[in-house]
Design a protein around this ligand. Structure first.
Ligand code: C5P
Length: 362
């Protein structure tokens, strides 16, 4: 990992893990708020959000891929002609013979991103976050099955502890500290606007979140397999992923809706209700997709699970310092479980027996 790129002197590996943790916390709050506590005039289409996410992510990845080719070329190759040559080279790489491999994670991620909207619109934020932690286990299972990662029983136990510990921390942070009641718009701008009353259906929410855990694990591991199984550039892979996502992401937009009378009417219909919260949701998702890709490249999917778990502990401690939250017994139990799990997972082989007996009561 010493050879991995650095940002401000710190290894990109750790910077990306920490950034992903912050992004994760922000997304579930902003996304939930944007769906549940909004005025009727700002009820936007999740299908459009999923499509916009892919369009923006693909465009940004394309620009990064182009810049990398340009930076690698000599000064003489950077004029208009140089840009054109680089553009053609990136396009050739994107439409390479093995680009079809990205169609599988692309479809899975579109399904996952759509399920996430169903889940978050039908469950309280904390319940969603707790149940979504089960993706730690699905990810490990798919890593073993597809990447032939070897996980000892100690590591499996550590992963189970991790999922349980995160669950305990989040349950306690949901009770008592709910920042605002659901279905009520806060802020003076919307006070007089009619509310979009949204009825939650927990069963539907749980079904969606369970399915999303499976697509998350499978898609992430599949992307890791494609990325690490060839020398192709990360950003080129990202463009391929976005391109293959466009078809499944666009289908729901045409499904069952009347044919548009004009292109202008079609586009304004798509963007109906897109206010600040909707755009913030899309922006945080785009950021998350880009960081996730970096994390998968420089670390792996299992480490990604640990990073997001520790973030939950850190963000709670920040609330204690900044907003005067009280530390509760369940927070101490939950976060200790997370820390023990992290330590257990990182025991070198051979020492595992020692690790496991020292946490077990005899
Ligand atoms: O929760 P999880 O880590 O599975 O979510 C991954 C998210 O990152 C998905 O929303 C997916 O669309 C996005 N992603 C991406 N590009 C990648 C890998 C993941 O946009 N290369």
């Amino acid at each position: 990992s010493d050879s991995s790129p650095r940002i401000c002197g710190m290894p990109l590996k750790y910077v990306s893990l920490v950034t992903l943790a912050v992004q994760n916390a922000a997304l579930s709050i902003v996304m939930h708020y944007s769906r549940v506590s909004i005025p009727a005039s700002e009820a936007y289409s999740p299908a459009t959000a999923v499509l916009l996410n892919e369009l923006l992510k693909g465009a940004i990845s394309f620009v990064v891929a182009l810049m990398r080719v340009l930076n690698a070329s000599d000064a003489a190759g950077r004029g208009v002609v140089g840009v054109w040559v680089a553009f053609r080279r990136v396009c050739r790489e994107i439409f390479s013979a093995d680009c079809w491999k990205l169609s599988i994670p692309a479809l899975l991620y579109v399904v996952q991103n759509s399920l996430q909207f169903v889940a978050i619109s039908n469950l309280p934020v904390a319940t969603f976050q707790v149940t979504y932690q089960m993706k730690i286990l699905t990810t490990a299972a798919f890593s073993v099955a597809l990447l032939r990662k070897k996980l000892t029983s100690t590591k499996w136990l550590a992963l189970t502890f991790l999922a349980i510990g995160v669950g305990i921390v989040q349950i306690q942070s949901s009770t008592g500290h709910s920042p605002k009641p659901h279905n009520i718009a806060v802020g003076s701008a919307h006070d007089s606007a009619p509310l979009h009353i949204h009825i939650m259906s927990p069963l539907k929410g749980f079904g969606a979140v369970t399915a999303a855990c499976f697509t998350s694990g499978l898609a992430g591991v599949y992307f890791e397999m494609v990325l690490k199984g060839s020398k192709a550039d990360l950003w080129v892979r990202n463009v391929q992923l976005s391109l293959f996502s466009l078809v499944p992401a666009a289908i729901p937009l045409f499904w069952g809706s009347p044919l548009p009378t004009s292109p202008a009417g079609f586009f304004s219909g798509l963007l109906r209700g897109f206010g600040g919260w909707a755009w913030a949701t899309v922006g945080i998702q785009v950021l998350g997709g880009l960081i996730t890709a970096i994390v998968i490249k420089y670390s792996d999917n299992i480490l990604k699970g640990f990073a997001t778990s520790l973030s939950i502990v850190i963000s709670f401690l920040a609330s204690v310092a900044l907003f005067g939250f009280r530390i509760t017994p369940s927070f101490v139990i939950g976060s200790s479980t997370v820390l023990v799990a992290t330590w257990m997972y990182n025991q070198p082989p051979g020492k595992e027996l020692v690790a496991i007996t020292s946490v077990m009561p005899n």
